[in-house]
Write a protein that binds this ligand. Structure first.
Ligand SMILES: NC(=O)c1ccc[n+]([C@@H]2O[C@H](COP(=O)([O-])OP(=O)(O)OC[C@H]3O[C@@H](n4cnc5c(N)ncnc54)[C@H](O)[C@@H]3O)[C@@H](O)[C@H]2O)c1
Ligand SMILES: O=C(O)C(=O)C[C@]1(C(=O)O)C=C[C@@H](O)C=C1
Length: 310
């Protein structure tokens, strides 16, 4: 399977869900030679057929139970709302001593959905690659997606230390940098750096589209780089993002509340002509960006703070 065997970390890896994230992991697993066998399963027959054609799995099974049989690592790479159902289906078929990881964008909700089904003797580790694109499905995957990007490792209480270390080594083999984070902190950080920015992009593109219809102007046609980035983000998968907001409710509502307060303050400054407020605000945010660059932190791989392993 792999062109160059660097080091096998798990003999058999099974992916449940065969989209952007699983496809990229499987390609990167092949690139690293991190497994001797990769199996996969997705709910839709069309996705399974496409995956067979693409070749990032050695075997594409027709059921999740079949896919996970004898697997040393099982990767749950489905939308957050589907994690609990998948885990309930496969629980009885997991090999004793196996490790299950998820890749969901929210962690507490996944823990709540998955952990009650976890059999004794099977390990669970939450993982979250901070990398993606606006595309989805098996054809969207590519081996380089995780290169020099962070993957956050979020462990439930009492997690097996060796199993966690092995999962971290696996993500490193896929090209990622890893950092460990506590579950509530993870959901809050992601609300700030990922979830609310997506909501803002969705809203801004919706507003521009409404304006275009109302005024018949060329809002989108003449948009430059900033707005184009918004339209890319706002093209992200609706199922995934619906699930993110339904399951990370309190953190996203808290950050959204702070965001709207600041927005109202800026709105008032514009209305009242308070140039000092606008100038001071923009000076502060510019300093943040410059501080990031001066600290040598690659903005493509933001530093989450503590204990990066590479
Ligand atoms: N896309 C991103 O930028 C990104 C980044 C980090 C993490 N994530 C997380 O990764 C997970 C997968 O996202 P993706 O972008 O790969 O999505 P995707 O839409 O590309 O792939 C999802 C896959 O899950 C399958 N699926 C859906 N329900 C299923 C079920 N009940 N049983 C079996 N298969 C099922 C679909 O057929 C598809 O193959 C999500 O939980 C998401 O939060 C996504
Ligand atoms: O790069 C992108 O397009 C992404 O949106 C990736 C992104 C992000 O917000 O950074 C999106 C969701 C994830 O859970 C992690 C990463």
């Amino acid at each position: 399977m792999a062109e160059r065997i660097v080091s096998v970390i798990y003999d058999k890896i099974a992916f449940i869900g065969l989209g952007l994230i699983a496809g990229s992991m499987a390609w990167a697993t092949q690139r690293a030679g991190a497994a001797t066998m990769i199996s996969g399963y997705a709910r839709s027959e069309a996705t399974r057929d496409t995956t067979r054609r693409l070749g990032f799995c050695d075997v594409v099974a027709d059921s999740a139970v079949e896919a996970v049989a004898d697997a040393d690592l099982v990767v749950l790479a489905v939308p957050i709302g589907a994690m609990g159902g998948v885990m309930a289906d496969i629980a009885g078929a997991l090999k004793p001593g196996a490790t299950v990881i998820d890749v969901g964008s929210v962690k507490q909700a996944v823990f709540d959905a998955v952990l009650p089904h976890m059999p004794d003797g099977v390990h669970f580790v939450g993982t979250h690659p901070m990398a993606g694109t606006e595309h989805s499905g098996p054809e969207a995957g590519f081996a380089e997606l995780y290169d020099n990007r962070w993957t956050l490792i979020v462990t439930p209480d009492g997690a097996d230390a060796d199993a966690v270390d092995r999962v971290e080594r696996y993500w490193a083999a896929l090209g990622a940098m890893t950092d460990r984070m506590e579950v509530a902190h993870h959901d809050r950080v992601c609300a700030v750096v990922s979830h609310i920015p997506h909501l803002i992009a969705y809203t801004m593109v919706g507003v521009a589209d409404d304006l275009r219809r109302v005024t018949d102007s060329e809002v989108i046609k003449f948009s430059a780089a900033g707005f184009r980035d918004f339209t890319r983000i706002a093209a992200s998968d609706p199922t995934m993002w619906r699930d993110v907001f339904l399951t990370n409710k309190s953190a996203t509502l808290e950050i959204l509340g702070r965001f709207t307060e600041e927005l109202f303050a800026l709105q008032r400054a514009i209305r009242t002509g308070d140039g000092d407020h606008l100038f001071d605000y923009f000076t502060r945010t510019r300093a943040i960006r410059r501080g990031i660059i001066e600290a040598g932190q690659d903005t493509d791989a933001p530093d989450f703070g503590r204990g990066a392993t590479r």
